[in-house]
Design a protein around this ligand. Structure first.
Ligand code: UDP
Ligand code: MG
Length: 318
């Protein structure tokens, strides 16, 4: 038996309420594809029974199940990166453990891969968010697309498929904080997207707050592009030209008309506006410096406690 064709990587953090249902649906769905596969669960330091349930599941299906147990909570994307580092398939699919995307739809992604695409993104079918959330996410998408050149209709959907070539490139990246769908996109030659099913979370709760969604958008823009910095210097340049003209104008008035008072609040308005822009610039610089700081420390991205894997022994034996 050689390496499997398909690797499914699933990050797990406090998902005891969903895991059993995930096992019950995922294995039959993959069996139905009639492709050799492996499932790599990465336990991201769960504090509930998730690790025990994964260990149990590994015993039940040790032929296709591999489990990586982290020593602590390192975040969803690092968990997926650990899964990638161990994945052996030529097609790699990421899936959330919470069953918000149906495992039965993995076949849709793989069908696109078989057509020659090396990156298959996904769009959630019928999201029943309110209209203003739709509008807000549309606007963020447009802006991100222009700034980073990464085309992703639905960045919130993690169920995606990648080719071996793309994953090999991702594995060479040593960034501390990244967003995998975007990072992988930059290495793809022939990306596409499909619509997949989407449900509300049945059990457990979302690990992400509104704050982290805002963070994600910041990270995407500063992590994949320096356009914000460049835009800021353009804006800064235009404003300094404007203020220089204002100084000349006021100086001429002083010469021609003589000393004047009044207009104090206009001056305040201008000063506050400039202070606001300067503060925004400082914050923006901080975003980049923060990223640089995280990188130069060169700390390991995650710490693995144990790997439960008997599939490779079998491979070597046969
Ligand atoms: N997850 C993780 N580590 C974390 C947070 C989340 O491994 O620190 C996993 C989680 O178990 C799930 C996936 O990442 O499989 C997505 O998390 P969640 O469903 O909470 O995010 P949402 O769907 O709300 O964006
Ligand atoms: Mg979810």
């Amino acid at each position: 038996m050689n390496a499997p064709i398909l690797s499914v990587v699933i990050p797990v953090y406090n998902e005891e309420a969903s895991l059993q249902m995930l096992f019950d649906r995922l294995y039959p769905a993959l069996d139905a594809l009639a492709k050799s596969y492996e499932i790599i669960f990465v336990n991201d330091g769960s504090r509930d029974r998730s690790a025990a349930m994964l260990t149990q599941q590994h015993k039940l299906r040790s032929d296709v199940t591999r489990v990586i147990l982290f020593n602590g909570n390192f975040g969803q994307h690092r968990a997926i990166l650990a899964g990638f580092a161990h994945a052996r398939g030529t097609q790699i699919v990421t899936l959330d453990a919470d069953l918000q995307n149906p495992p039965e739809d993995i076949g849709l992604l793989l069908a696109e891969m078989d057509k020659g695409h090396d990156y298959v993104g996904s769009i959630r079918r019928q999201r029943n968010d309110s209209w203003w959330r739709h509008a807000a996410s549309r606007m963020m998408n447009k802006m991100r697309e222009r700034i980073t050149r990464i085309k992703m209709t639905d960045q919130g959907c993690m169920m995606r498929a990648y080719s071996r070539g793309v994953i090999d490139m991702v594995n060479q990246c040593s960034e501390m904080n990244t967003f995998i769908p975007a990072l992988a996109y930059t290495f793809s030659h022939n990306p596409t997207e499909v619509v997949v099913g989407h449900e509300e979370r049945h059990a457990g709760e979302s690990k992400y707050s509104l704050y982290s969604l805002i963070r994600l958008n910041f990270d995407l823009m500063t992590g994949f592009s320096v356009v914000p910095l460049q835009l800021f210097s353009m804006v800064g340049m235009m404003i300094s030209i404007g203020s220089a003209l204002l100084v000349v104008y006021l100086f001429l008035r002083r010469l021609l008309i003589g000393p004047e008072e009044g207009g104090l609040f206009t001056l305040f308005a201008i000063a506050f506006f400039l202070i606001g822009i300067a503060l925004f610039g400082v914050g923006l610089l901080g975003e980049y410096i923060g990223r640089i700081y995280m990188e130069v420390r060169q700390r390991p991205r995650y710490q693995i406690a144990t790997i439960l894997d008997t599939t490779s022994e079998k491979n070597q034996a046969s």
